[in-house]
Design a protein around this ligand. Structure first.
Ligand code: AMP
Ligand code: GLY
Length: 410
């Protein structure tokens, strides 16, 4: 079997790494740190299964184009990908499916949006309707900052057309959890949950990023929590999609928050999470290619199984990320990091210059440590991170800290 993975991040590297245990893998465009990377576009490649990593090509209909030429594809068509491509549409669908979520309003008019802010309490949450590379969410307790952002979003200044329509949500609080459900159009099976660390700096300070680290298993995610999420959110959502003629085959990523009023779905994404994938798929003990191929074919036959161990992933990022990053610096210490027991380094924003890997993006690497417990996995990950360097490298020192009691975050 030959699998073609579309994308170029740490998530795609992790998928390729695990898939290549059993099948031939090609990654497009990949990056110089991912074995099997080719620059040939997916439409010009042949494979028994295509797995599409990022949201943008899904929203742009890549899965539809590949299916039209007869390929087996893991990833929703443009119709299903709208769940991530339009937050307003997603919120409407959540309401129809009866899924608990934050109260919200959708606005294109500045005066109406500002009037809505006046009725809110102490935490203001602003989201672009469209895709903004994970950066379109503002959570603030400062009304004047929220009001200023309303103007910048709606004018197109902040996020172009993606922000000309906004969703304003009630602010919720509580621990978060990411559950990736593999869907075959009718039914779905969950992967082990993970927790992502979205803020740039230790103690959940600083701006939101694509994710600075993740770990699995997560103490708050009991089997009961995952079962209820499947019953109360994922399966009803698939049923509503089906009633609208949408055959959703791919990952439905549920971003959950455990609020004092119970778990609520903060968001759906239509793909594997990054960096969650880098700590979830390394724990898989069943066959990933079989799972994805059966979902893509419309009939999941077996639920995936996972080891009893743990994985902790720490993202190493370029200076100035999540702003425009400084790039082009040589990545030092990769070999020593990879030699740490239980560690795999997944490459994202890396390029090549004079035969060496150099930084080429915001999130450069995810360093994943595995072990029989979270503290063991965490220790391996941070021992490996200590080997890696480039000028101004940023990383959090408290990933999975809550799970081992060294920091209250997550
Ligand atoms: P999203 O892309 O919608 O998941 O938002 C990114 C992050 O913003 C989430 O992981 C939360 O940390 C935070 N966030 C999103 N919605 C809310 C909300 N309604 N209340 C509080 N925080 C939120
Ligand atoms: N880690 C968050 C995401 O993949 O959207």
């Amino acid at each position: 079997m030959r699998v073609c993975i579309v994308g170029s991040g740490g998530r795609e590297h992790a998928l390729a790494h695990v898939l290549s245990r059993g099948v031939e893998v090609v990654v497009t465009p990949g990056n110089p740190g991912i074995p099997g990377s080719v620059v040939t576009p997916p439409e010009e490649l042949e494979a028994d299964l295509f797995v599409i990593g990022p949201e943008q090509p899904l929203v742009d209909g890549l899965a539809d184009r590949l299916r039209r030429r007869g390929n087996l594809v893991f990833g929703p068509g443009a119709d299903g990908a709208r769940l991530e491509g339009s937050k307003a549409w997603m919120k409407e669908l959540l309401a129809e499916a009866g899924v608990p979520t934050a109260h919200h309003g959708t606005f294109t008019d500045r005066a109406e949006a500002l009037a809505h802010l006046d009725q809110m309490e102490d935490l203001f949450v602003l989201k672009t309707d469209g895709l903004a590379a994970g950066k379109g969410v503002l959570v603030t307790g400062d009304r004047s900052q929220a009001a200023e952002a309303v103007g910048e979003y709606l004018s197109g200044e902040a996020f172009g057309d993606a922000g000309r329509r906004i969703v304003i949500e009630e602010g919720l609080s509580g621990p978060e959890l990411s559950v990736l459900a593999v869907c075959d159009g009718t039914t779905a099976v969950p992967l082990v949950p993970a927790q992502d660390f979205k803020r740039l700096s230790d103690g959940d300070q600083g701006p939101n990023t694509g994710g600075m680290g993740a770990y699995s298993p997560v103490p708050v995610a009991t089997a009961g929590v995952v079962d209820s999420l499947m019953e109360d959110a994922v399966l009803p959502t698939l049923a509503v999609l089906r009633s609208r003629g949408i055959d959703y085959r791919g990952v439905l990523y549920c971003g959950l928050m455990f609020t004092p009023d119970g778990p609520k779905v903060l968001e759906y994404n239509v793909r594997f999470g990054d960096p969650e994938t880098q700590v979830v798929v390394p724990r898989l003990t069943s066959d990933l290619a079989d799972l994805l191929a059966s979902a893509a074919a419309g009939s999941i036959t077996e639920a995936p199984t996972f080891d009893d161990g743990a994985a902790v992933g720490v993202v190493c990022a370029s200076p100035n990320y999540p702003g425009p990053p400084r790039t082009g610096d040589p990545v030092e210490g990769l070999a020593a990091a990879s030699a740490v027991d239980g560690v795999t380094v997944f490459c994202a924003g890396v390029g090549e210059a004079q035969g060496r890997l150099v930084t080429a993006g915001g999130r450069v690497l995810t360093v994943t440590g595995t072990g029989s417990t979270v503290p063991e996995a965490r220790d391996s990950a941070y021992r490996a991170v200590a080997e890696i360097s480039w000028p101004g490298m940023q990383y959090r020192t408290d990933i999975a800290g809550v799970a081992v009691g060294t920091a209250a975050t997550g």
